[in-house]
Structure formats: C-alpha cells, structure tokens
Design a protein around this ligand. Structure first.
Ligand code: ASP
Ligand code: MG
Length: 426
C-alpha cells in the first residue's frame, strides 16, 4: 500500500461530468489499496473569470481581497469532488489550504510555502478517508489571511503535500499525456518522454514548456518528491520527473532506459528584445543599464553586448513582452545620464532552446544546432548557454520551422504523430 498524491488541473474538472470522471479515477486508486490525497484546481477557466470580475469592479483590486476571491474557485471544485466521491460509496473530506496546514509567507498573489502542517489530513487518512485539498492557496500566520501561490499554483500545493506526507509519488494530471520532446502542437512528431531529470525539466519549463510549473519542480527537487506527469483522459503512463539519485520506477521493474543526449526542444514566443544603441564603451555602463531595468521590475533573460570600434557599443537583452514597456520607459527616462544614443524595441522574436543533461559529457551538441539552422537558412540573432541548455533567439516567424528542423537533427522525431487532446497542459 502506498500513499499517492494526485493533482487535477482545471481542465480535468471543468464540468460535472469531468468531476465524476476524476472521482472515479480517485476511487479506483483507493480500491487498489492506496491512501489518496488530492490537490484540485478551480473548474475550467474559473480563475480567469474571477480575475475578470475583479477587474470590472476595481482597476487595481486590493491584493488581500483578490486572494479571498480567487481562492474560492478551488473551494468549489474540492467540495464537488468530495460529494462525487461520497456518492460512489467512499469517504472523502475536503479541506481549504489553511485547514490543510499550507502555511505561506504574506505575499498576496505570489505567496511562498514556508511550512506544511497536515495534522487534519493525517487524521482523515487514519480514519480511512480520501483527502481533497484546495490547490493554489495557503494561510499566513502573521496576517492571519488567506494567500494564493500564483497562477498554476496547484502543482506546488500537490508537491508540497507529497513532501510533507512523505508520499510515494505525486501524480500531476492534466489534459496532455506527459512531458514531450517538444510541444506536440508545434511539432507533431514530438514523443512522450519516459522520464526527464528535474534539472532538465526546470530548464524546459523556464524556456517555454508549460506542462509543469517551475516552482513545483523546484520544490520537488529540493524535497525529493517523485513527480509523475500524466493524462486524466487516458490510463497510459506519463513521464516521471526524477530528482538527483532518484530511481526510475520503471527501471526498478526491469526496464532498461537509454539516456538521450538531448531531452527536448522548447519554444518560447513570450519574449521581446530591447537594444540600447550607442552606449559609451566605458566601465560601469552595463551596471547602470541593468540597474535601471531591474528597478522597473523587468525580468532579464538573455544579454548580448557587441564589440565596437567607435568607442560606443550596443547592448541587447530580452525580457517578457509584458515587461518591455516598463523597461523602455525607465531607460528613456535616464538616457542623458547613461549617455546612450537610442532604444530599439523588437517584439517579433522567438526563442528556441535545446535541453539535455548529456551536454555535459558530449561534444558537438551546439554544432548540430547551428548546422541544422544554417541548412534551413535560419538566421540566429542571439545565443546563450547554460551547462545543459543552448538557446537561440530568432525571428518569431522562423521559430516553428526552426524547432522542427532541430528536433529532427537531434533524432527526436517519433514514428507516429503524438496524440493531442487539444490540451493546454493544465
Ligand atoms: N486555479 C489556479 C490557476 O488557474 C491555480 C491552478 O490552476 O493551478 O492559476
Ligand atoms: Mg486553472
């Protein structure tokens, strides 16, 4: 008998029928003899609808009240799910985040979990109940207020519960079959991965893959939680996300796994490029520029500085599209102080990333990327690397084609087209 934590995303509990389907899946797990703790998201697009409502009554909704409002979405789905399980003859009890002991800091809308005290959950489990917990929310001890963890936060709730209860596995259910070598909607020949290391998953998630949230993967990595990302709509096994030193459960069953050099290709259309042109080529200018950008709240990703013979240089960097306007305004305000000549804003870029732990030990991985892009006649505008990732910035109109070419070049293409349930991965 195992203790299994399951997380169901909004698309898995979008209506009454779906809730009943999820209830059956939970009951089946219980019938197999396991203890089950479930973290559930709000039904369908509830969170977005609540956000829209809030914005209709107030241009800038008060953060405390916004969390009161948004946390109600998960309260609806948790109670309905518990009712559905009851009516199937099983004992189920739902708990809000604060009842479940999800203690966070006080930052409304982006709270971090600081402690989990699942006393009531343990009691309910000991009494033989299936436990349902509202995802995405917590409680701060100082303010005694309800908090939310940020969009997609239910993944983190599930992983934190799995860590606190020492669960055997944390199953994250969504409308896609697992983690793929690329987004199957962009690359139809993408294949489902049997497993991926948590460090690869972090790089993929940070560079555009949307199936799992970064914070949840980080939490799992830190606390040694085994994640199994799989689909609500099929019984097929999904993808295991393995932390350091973690054994693949399928290997324990005798399967032999080969380790590919490249785990996957991620695409990201969400970035914009800003070029600060004609910056005096003297010490301290980069520091000045990025201090201004940081103060505007923009999150800088890639940076490139060009060499220049004229005593002036261009510095280009990328930020999320939503942050670009703020960064530009902040920089324009300090133009004379910094002494640059002009600002160029370009939001028609795309970022392609190749991720694989095998890059540490294999040479020629980047050459394959550049050769493939060059053969495809695709121009590279920026390059950045980490130990296990190579990213390039391209024209956004080239990104999909580039991803296909690169996916093929690394031998990642599958024989059959991936099944896509028109899913969003949530
Ligand atoms: N309902 C929240 C959201 O849509 C949390 C989640 O789904 O994980 O962001
Ligand atoms: Mg949602």
């Amino acid at each position: 008998m195992a203790l299994i934590v399951q997380k169901y995303g909004g698309s898995s509990v979008a209506d009454a029928e779906s809730i009943k389907r999820v209830a059956k899946r939970i009951v089946d797990t219980r019938r197999a003899g396991h203890d089950v703790v479930v973290a559930v998201s709000a039904m369908g697009d509830t969170t977005d609808e609540l956000l829209d409502l809030a914005n209709e009554v107030a241009p800038i909704p008060a953060p405390r009240e916004l969390d009161m409002l948004l946390s109600s979405g998960e309260r609806i789905s948790m109670a309905l799910l518990a009712m559905a399980i009851h009516s199937m003859g099983f004992e189920a009890r739902s708990f809000t985040g604060s009842q479940a002991g999800m203690i966070t800091d006080s930052q409304h809308g982006a709270a971090r979990i600081v402690d989990v005290t699942p006393v009531r959950l343990r009691e309910a489990l000991d009494e033989g109940a299936i436990v349902i917990v509202a995802g995405f929310q917590g409680f701060n001890r100082d303010t005694r207020d309800i908090t939310t963890l940020g969009r997609g936060g239910s993944d983190t709730t599930a992983v934190a519960l799995a860590a606190a209860l020492n669960a055997d596995v944390c199953e994250i259910y969504s409308d896609v079959d697992g983690i793929f070598t690329a987004d199957p909607r962009v690359i139809p020949k993408a294949q489902k991965l049997d497993h991926v290391s948590s460090e690869e998953m972090l790089e993929l998630a940070a560079n555009g893959a949307k199936v799992l949230y970064i914070r949840a993967v980080e939490y799992a990595r830190r606390h040694g939680v085994l994640i199994h990302a799989r689909s609500t709509f099929s019984s097929a096994e999904g993808t295991y996300v393995l932390g350091e030193g973690m054994k693949n459960p399928r290997e324990a069953e005798g399967a032999v796994m080969e380790e590919p050099i490249v785990a996957g290709v991620a695409t990201d259309f969400s970035q914009a490029k800003i070029t600060v042109a004609g910056v005096p080529d003297v010490p301290g200018k980069a520091a000045e520029i990025f201090k201004i950008v940081a103060k505007s709240g923009a999150n800088v990703d890639m940076i490139v500085q060009n060499v220049s013979a004229t005593g002036r240089t261009d510095i280009s960097f990328t930020v999320p599209k939503a942050d670009a306007a703020g960064a530009l305004k902040a920089l324009a305000g300090e133009q004379t102080e910094v002494g640059f000549q002009n600002l160029i804003h370009d939001d028609q870029i795309g970022k392609l990333s190749v991720v694989g732990a095998g890059m540490r030990t294999h040479s020629g991985v980047s050459a394959t990327l550049f050769e493939a892009l060059s053969a495809g006649g695709i121009n590279i505008e920026m390059i950045s690397t980490s130990e296990i990732r190579i990213s390039v910035v391209l024209r956004d109109t080239d990104l999909t084609e580039a991803a296909r070419i690169v996916h093929t070049a690394y031998g990642l293409d599958g024989d059959a087209e991936a099944t896509v349930h028109a899913g969003t991965g949530r």
